[in-house]
Ligand binder design. Structure first.
Ligand SMILES: Cc1cc2nc3c(=O)[nH]c(=O)nc-3n(C[C@H](O)[C@H](O)[C@H](O)COP(=O)(O)OP(=O)(O)OC[C@H]3O[C@@H](n4cnc5c(N)ncnc54)[C@H](O)[C@@H]3O)c2cc1C
Length: 334
């Protein structure tokens, strides 16, 4: 790519706020700009208020362009995508970056089509090589991993999965006071209209574990009573549950709940290992989780060196108390 090719990052502001995904995307854009030696700016569909503007500034965002009446287009991603493509053209953007969310993954192919660009979804890493920019992605856990080279001859449209995003602000990032301008296409745009009339979020109880955001997993340290309590806790917290192989072998769950080398390789935001010793066959399937917490009654359990936070405790005591507390918190029966 030409070194000066601009990066335009589309940031969704759910309820007008820069959420975890938006922050992660800005951090990603700042890093990408450093890697490619390119300038960057953000595009939004909702006008950010002063507080949100400061949050953009914390990530070093140099400039923000707000698509006029963009909020009204959020339920027609095909039309919003056309607007974003036109904006990218007006801004001479070489790279358009979107979150791999419902909205971002719907818009990305529309933007790519309108710009006659190259597309890479679920991008994770970017490296500059002698032959061009090397783009790598992993999907379905690590079942599909591929690297492609982008030579910069056409605009590049990429989506980044929220699980690969980190909100951490790099030390090299300088605080900015981003400029904010409204933009509208010179000629009104239209698109074959498909209006979203509702969204059904994935059910953590049934979603494939490779796509789960938060997983609580039961190991052999659970007995039938604590296992039932754990399942109830997962339902109350609306998170997914997994198991180790010995628990699967007991016939307490289906194979699709088994995590590890022969089970699912998972990459959630949070993995909570309960009564799991931490064998390499299990840890190999969870090591790319963003945060791992473990509870085990054995202070020497091999899981502990592999986690972000470890607690020594007995599940027979902990789970009933946790369940009681969660029920009290959400107003359920004590
Ligand atoms: C080829 C091969 C492939 C495999 N693939 C997988 C795989 O995909 N996934 C997988 O999980 N395993 C897999 N295994 C099995 C793996 O090697 C381990 O045997 C297994 O992960 C151990 O499961 P566990 O931690 O639940 O049980 P254990 O190793 O028995 O550990 C139970 C833990 O619970 C703790 N504990 C006990 N009571 C309590 C309590 N009351 N409160 C708190 N903690 C308590 C104990 O201290 C212990 O650390 C595979 C094995 C092989 C040979």
């Amino acid at each position: 790519m030409g070194d000066a090719g601009k990066i335009l990052v589309f940031v969704d502001l759910p309820d007008g706020e820069l959420d975890e995904t938006g922050r992660g995307l800005l951090s990603y854009a700042a890093r990408l700009a450093g890697t490619l030696g390119a300038p960057w700016s953000a595009a939004v569909a909702v006008m950010p208020d002063r507080v949100q503007l400061a949050a953009f500034g914390a990530y070093g965002t140099p400039a923000i362009v707000c698509i006029e009446r963009g909020a009204a287009l959020l339920d027609t991603p095909s039309l919003l995508g056309k607007h974003l493509a036109q904006l990218a053209r007006d801004e001479s953007a070489a790279v358009v970056l979107l979150p791999h969310t419902d909205l971002g993954s719907t818009m990305a192919p529309i933007v790519a089509d309108a710009l006659d660009g190259a597309i890479m979804t679920e991008l994770v890493t970017v490296r500059k090589g002698a032959d061009g920019v090397r783009l790598s992605r992993k999907v379905l856990g690590v079942r599909i991993a591929e690297t492609r080279v982008w030579d910069g001859s056409r605009p590049l449209i990429v989506t980044v999965p929220p699980r690969a995003l980190s909100q951490v602000i790099m030390a090299s990032v300088r605080l900015t006071a981003p400029s904010l301008v409204a933009w509208r296409p010179a000629v009104p745009l239209s698109a074959a209209m498909a209006t979203i009339i509702g969204r059904i979020p994935p059910d953590p109880q049934t979603v494939d574990l490779t796509e789960a955001e938060v997983i609580f997993s039961a190991g052999k340290g659970c007995d039938p009573a604590t296992f039932d309590q754990l399942k109830e806790l997962c339902q109350l917290l609306n998170v997914s549950f997994g198991v180790t192989r010995p628990v699967y072998d007991l016939g307490w769950t289906g194979f699709e709940r088994m995590v590890g080398q022969t089970g699912r390789t998972v990459t959630p935001r949070l993995y909570v290992a309960l009564g799991i010793s931490g064998s390499m066959h299990h840890v190999g399937g969870i090591k790319d989780s963003r945060r791992i917490i473990a509870v085990n009654s054995d202070v020497k359990a091999p899981i502990f060196p592999n986690v972000d936070e470890g607690f020594v405790g007995d599940l027979k005591e902990l789970l009933p108390r946790l369940l009681k507390q969660v029920k009290a918190e959400i107003g359920g029966a004590p």
